[in-house]
Design a binder for this molecule. Structure first.
Ligand code: GDP
Ligand code: ZN
Length: 292
């Protein structure tokens, strides 16, 4: 039988099998010889030992789409980067760091701006203009207004979505609302998982429907220090990429070089200045970090 690991705790893995429920499994498969550890998000083959008690063994790990080391998770399809439009006002420099980090890990970002009900100054239009050229999907929500989460449901459908963002922006509120129509089958069976609830927090997949999961990854949000060379940074700004090779100098970093096509795009308003300024800030920081 095949399933997906939704949680791992103290040598036990909780494997969600569509239409059967969650099995408590140990890792007994041949992959142990290769020192491969199962990860939350892994698709696995299990052997059921006791159907009544929902116990089994993981016998195989299917090929991974991607892997993150910290937090240790596999097969993330996208990241939902959550900020608020107000309370707290969005810190776009922090957002651009999150985005660059996702790009570095090759995890496509979806930008979610919450608390739209508080957005009397229509900050939303400014945000739209800043991120328009990136091409990232943008969703504006409010957990206080009816029906606002339908767009979120659409973008997460059929995927594993990791959630990131500073605290206080509404991540837990959004997850709770998304979970509110989780089917009975899944609701009941997740009691099995709850037993281990009050131990240290681990990464966990929250089942939204049978093929849709939210990855609640403690520590994911704080991982925004980029360990890269400054000269690599431009590749993690999506809207800069189409200008690669179009500047006067080969390998132009789009900083002080003359004849820079990215700087021209900023001047003409195609690339937003907020994004460019944050790029320059991050570039200078990375430059200042000398390797020993
Ligand atoms: P988290 O730290 O990102 O998980 O944020 P929470 O979900 O705990 O929300 C922080 C606070 O913002 C709580 O008081 C929520 O009730 C409130 N909140 C969350 N979403 C909204 C929203 O869309 N509108 C308003 N007005 N408040 C919200
Ligand atoms: Zn350039």
């Amino acid at each position: 039988m095949q399933g997906k690991i939704v949680k791992g705790i103290a040598g036990f893995y909780y494997v969600h099998v569509v239409e059967s429920g969650i099995y408590e499994c140990k890792a007994k498969g041949v992959f142990r010889k290769d020192k491969i550890k199962p990860l939350v998000g892994d698709n696995v083959e299990i052997l059921v030992l006791n159907e009544q008690e929902k116990e089994g063994n993981i016998t195989d790990i299917l090929p991974r789409k991607n892997t993150l080391i910290r937090p240790a998770v596999a097969n993330i399809d996208q990241a939902l980067v959550v900020f608020a439009l107000q309370q707290p006002t969005p810190h776009l420099n922090l957002l651009d760091r999150f985005i660059a980090m996702m790009e570095y890990h090759e995890i496509p970002p979806v930008l979610l701006f919450n608390k739209e009900d508080l957005d009397e100054e229509l900050h939303r239009e400014y945000i739209r203009s800043v991120y328009h050229a990136t091409g990232y999907p943008m969703v504006f929500t409010s957990v206080k207004l009816d029906d606002r989460l339908s767009q979120v449901r659409e973008v997460i459908q059929g995927k594993i979505t990791a959630i990131a963002g500073p605290s206080g922006v509404g991540k837990s509120s959004i997850i709770n609302l998304l979970q509110s129509n989780v089917s009975m089958e899944i609701g009941e069976l997740s009691d099995k998982i709850k037993r281990g609830k009050h131990t240290t927090r681990h990464s966990e997949l929250i089942t939204i429907n049978e093929d849709t999961y939210i990855m609640d990854t403690p520590g994911f949000s704080s991982l925004y220090t980029l360990d890269i060379e400054a000269e690599q940074l431009r590749f993690y700004f999506a809207e800069f990429r189409e200008y690669e090779g179009m500047c006067r100098f080969n390998g132009c970093n789009h900083i002080h070089e003359p004849g820079c096509s990215v700087k021209s795009a900023v001047e003409s308003g195609v690339i937003h200045r907020s994004r460019y300024d944050n790029y320059v800030l991050m570039f200078d920081e990375l430059k200042g970090k000398k390797p020993y």
